[in-house]
Design a protein. Structure first.
Length: 345
């Protein structure tokens, strides 16, 4: 009798293990993409006060370089640029919002660093969509031409950013004493500098160009020709959902490849007849690239038609039509820049 009971117990345990092994893969497949599709929109963390990158335009709509990448992701998933909920976040709020699942993706001029891109932090970068560097802005009549000229100066900076560490490291290396004046958000930091509470304002070059454009007298301020750091900026997702991170990454790569291949929002339909194998795969004519990501095969075709390729987005917000920031390292690799898409094959 005991032998029968023991065999029965073993059989039940084995059956339970078998059931669990069959159920587990199905549960694992339920990722963020499924949640987003069921919700009907992508929740995107952005800036709301940085002209050129993320801000509210005169109509009260979110606009900017980073905002357009939020739209591109929404188009890739829903073929609808309006299927986005924008969540404005301060520098201090942005990473916790992603860690706690408040947002699906963060596109808010956030530097890629080892400590942020780790299991410990719980975040994953998808790729770089803008190469930048930290610089210093001062008043034109201050007589300051180098960082060494700032000995004893007060410098405004935003707390909760890599800017604080870069500032301290650079001034310490030069033996320059300074007093940091920190603020939680970018707008208050810039306002304090413009009001004369500090001698210099430090941040990424693109951000300073954006902030200066909103000053009462932009020409009264100059950006020193000293780059203090490398600041590769790009979208982040929560650690562990490879499928969603892949989608964000390949949306950016697709927009870059479209520019390299000469596919624009104006000619994308005509390009469907191209004989170029790369363009055929990019636009979903062949290769089933989209289905490998859980998307429609023409997801990049839809993105380019609705939002534009990388160059079109850059020109709209940061080029001649926007802040007029030279592309520099943000040129395509074929033009001597660092912007490079992985192969669509």
């Amino acid at each position: 009798m005991r032998i029968v009971q023991k065999n029965t117990l073993v059989g039940l345990v084995m059956m339970l293990v078998l059931v669990c092994s069959l159920v587990a893969p199905a549960a694992a497949d339920e990722g963020l993409l499924d949640t987003i599709k069921a919700r009907g929109k992508v929740v995107c963390g952005v800036n709301n006060a940085l002209p050129g990158f993320g801000y509210l335009d005169p109509n009260g709509d979110f606009s900017g370089f980073d905002v357009d990448f939020c739209k591109a992701i929404a188009v890739a998933v829903f073929n609808d640029a309006d299927a986005v909920e924008y969540r404005p976040l301060t520098a201090a709020e942005r990473l916790p919002a992603l860690q706690t699942g408040e947002i699906d993706v963060l596109l808010r001029n956030t530097t890629w660093t080892l400590t942020r891109d780790s299991k410990e932090t719980g975040l994953d970068y998808a790729t770089v969509n803008f190469y930048d560097g930290q610089v210093m802005m001062v008043r034109k009549d201050s007589g300051i031409e180098t960082l060494e000229d700032m000995d004893g100066a007060t410098v405004c900076s935003t707390s909760g950013t890599t800017t604080e560490m870069n500032l301290a490291d650079n001034f310490r290396a030069r033996g320059v004493e300074f007093t940091p004046l920190l603020f939680e958000d970018t707008q208050n930091t810039a306002a304090a500098y413009e009001d004369g509470r500090c001698d210099g304002l430090t941040s990424d070059k693109s951000q300073l160009a954006s902030l200066r454009s909103a000053f009462a007298n932009p020409a009264d301020h100059v950006i020193l020709d000293v780059t203090m750091s490398k600041e590769p900026l790009g979208p982040l997702t929560a650690h562990g959902d490879n499928e969603w991170n892949d989608i964000v990454r390949w949306v950016v790569f697709g927009m870059v490849q479209a520019e390299e291949s000469g596919v624009t929002s104006e000619n994308v339909d005509a390009m469907l007849d191209s004989g170029d194998p790369t363009i055929q795969r990019l636009l979903g004519v062949s290769g089933d690239m989209g289905s490998k990501l859980g998307l429609d095969n023409d997801f990049i075709s839809n993105v380019v038609k609705t939002v534009g390729n990388y160059g079109e987005v850059y020109e709209r917000h940061l080029g001649a039509d926007g802040l007029n920031i030279p592309r520099g390292p943000n040129e395509l690799w074929t033009n001597g820049g660092l912007v490079y898409a992985m192969p669509f094959r």
